[in-house]
Write a protein that binds this ligand. Structure first.
Ligand code: MN
Length: 477
């Protein structure tokens, strides 16, 4: 993925000034130390040039977004036709080539060349006038804090590109009677690009029956490198390997990066996929239990933004009021990317689903700041709810709870955090991410044009309640 750097100017400054603008723009683009490369494309001087470069950006699958900057004044009516066509994420970078104002050197020629304070205001006006979704970053281009803000937007833009191509495979439907995991898949495809479709569990079982011992041997070696286990459990673990290989074959065949399943539809399967789903998440696939395709999709999107990050499908289970902690876990499927230390595969009975005791990876989640992310269908719109949480090392070893687990405290306080979450309609399923920043989530939601509700240290319950009512006005419901 690359990002295109486009500088705004106009022809009236003459060749010499434009040559300097070109050279400075090249230096700025090359000087940005970001997770994804920035390529300087051109200094645009006319409506036709801007339309042309934006058409090219739209059709280039490798271009994840455009960054614009007006070194000089660039009259914005020149930008209207191009911006009307723009389909890629846009960041307006309000910077300046020089950090300080030189005392002796400054004259009217200098002012004409270094006038983004002036030109970028014209550029900002047209973005606001056209109500174009855009990130705005202001500051000196060499400043690490400025570059970090652009990096956050790049992650969001990569998430946008990924989202617009995301396919989600559902094995079985929803857990019966559950509301929050339902949702409008047509709306999700229109807003997020997600293609959500179903595949028969019987066909998955057919696929499982064609998995070879050699394939299972190879996957067992991968497991052995990542996790510890007892040789006595090998047969049960091999069955999970068979499930994983079959699921991944179908995902690859369909070009899908996320999947959901449900313990209520395991026709012909001996074990609920535990280890299988956990290791697939570890490899970057999104997962949602009980038919939860929305959390499966969000897990995949966040993993695409942070390929080496820590993110998992998660469920809020039980409270400890004395320590003000939530125990987060699931009956099996938590991603080992959030583990504090080398996880262990164990085999235990499961009191639900009426199948054989499944192998699962057991571990404690790591401590640190994180966010719980929940995508819900609010009726007529999708709402993304993001809560700041602090994960702590579980204070008990819970010998009779052999599942992956973590504990966290929500913002703005334990009780208010829970009240705000329920007020906003947040699900019991979330993505727990240790990497995603406020800027990234806000950039992503803005580009996707979905409602965003952030619950953090600054949140006041009464303001949140009013914001939710304003959301109903904005989305006409
Ligand atoms: Mn669940």
């Amino acid at each position: 993925m690359t990002f295109w750097f486009i500088t705004g100017s106009q022809a009236m400054y003459g060749e010499e000034t434009l040559r300097q603008v070109d050279a400075d723009s090249r230096a700025i683009a090359a000087g940005l130390k970001l997770p994804f490369p920035v390529v300087y494309k051109l200094t645009a001087k006319s409506n036709a040039e801007i339309v042309q470069i934006i058409r090219e950006a739209n059709y280039d699958d490798d271009c994840a977004g455009i960054i614009t900057f007006c070194h000089t004044f660039s009259p914005s009516k020149m930008w209207i036709n191009g911006l009307n066509l723009l389909q890629k994420p846009w960041l307006h970078f309000h910077t300046q080539f020089n950090e300080t104002i030189p005392n002796d050197e400054i004259d009217m020629d200098y002012m004409n060349l270094h006038q983004s304070a002036h030109g970028d205001r014209e550029h900002g006006f047209i973005g606001a006038r056209m109500r174009q979704p855009r990130a705005i970053v202001a500051g000196f281009w060499k400043d690490p804090a400025v570059q970090a803000q652009i990096a956050d937007w790049q992650r969001a833009a990569v998430g946008v590109q990924f989202s617009r191509n995301l396919k989600i495979v559902r094995f079985g439907d929803n857990m019966r009677e559950v509301a929050v995991t339902e949702g409008d898949k047509v709306e999700a495809q229109m807003q997020l690009g997600w293609q959500v479709n179903t595949w028969a569990v019987g066909d998955l079982v057919k696929e499982m029956n064609t998995v070879t011992d050699a394939e299972i041997d190879a996957l067992m070696q991968e497991y052995a490198a990542l996790y510890t286990y007892d040789e006595a459990d090998a047969d049960t673990i091999r069955y999970q390997a068979r499930e994983e290989i079959a699921i991944e074959r179908i995902l690859k065949r369909e070009g899908a990066m996320a999947f959901s399943n449900t313990f209520e539809d395991l026709w012909g399967m001996e074990q609920l996929p535990g280890l299988a789903s956990q290791h697939l998440m570890h490899k970057g696939y999104g997962f949602g239990a009980e038919g939860d395709w929305k959390t499966a999709g969000m897990t995949a999107v966040i993993k695409a933004m942070y390929p080496d990050g820590a993110a998992s499908f998660m469920e809020d289970y039980t409270y400890d009021y004395s320590r003000e902690l939530i125990l987060g876990s699931h009956m099996l499927e938590v991603c080992p990317s959030i583990a504090a230390e080398k996880p262990r595969i164990e085999v235990h009975p499961l009191g639900i689903g009426h199948k054989a005791p499944p192998a699962r990876v057991v571990f404690e989640g790591k401590a640190g700041a994180a966010k719980a992310v929940s995508l819900i269908d609010a009726g007529g719109r999708l709402r993304l709810i993001v809560q700041d949480v602090t994960c702590e090392k579980p204070f008990q070893n819970m010998p009779n709870l052999p599942v992956a687990r973590t504990m966290w405290r929500p913002e703005p306080s334990f009780r208010e955090g829970l009240e705000c979450w329920l007020r906003a309609g947040g699900a019991h399923h979330t993505v727990l991410s240790y990497d995603i920043s406020d800027d990234t989530i806000r950039d992503w939601a803005r580009i996707m044009k979905i409602e965003l509700v952030c619950i953090n240290a600054q949140t006041k319950p009464e303001v949140l309640e009013r914001d939710l009512m304003l959301g109903d006005l904005i989305w006409h419901r």
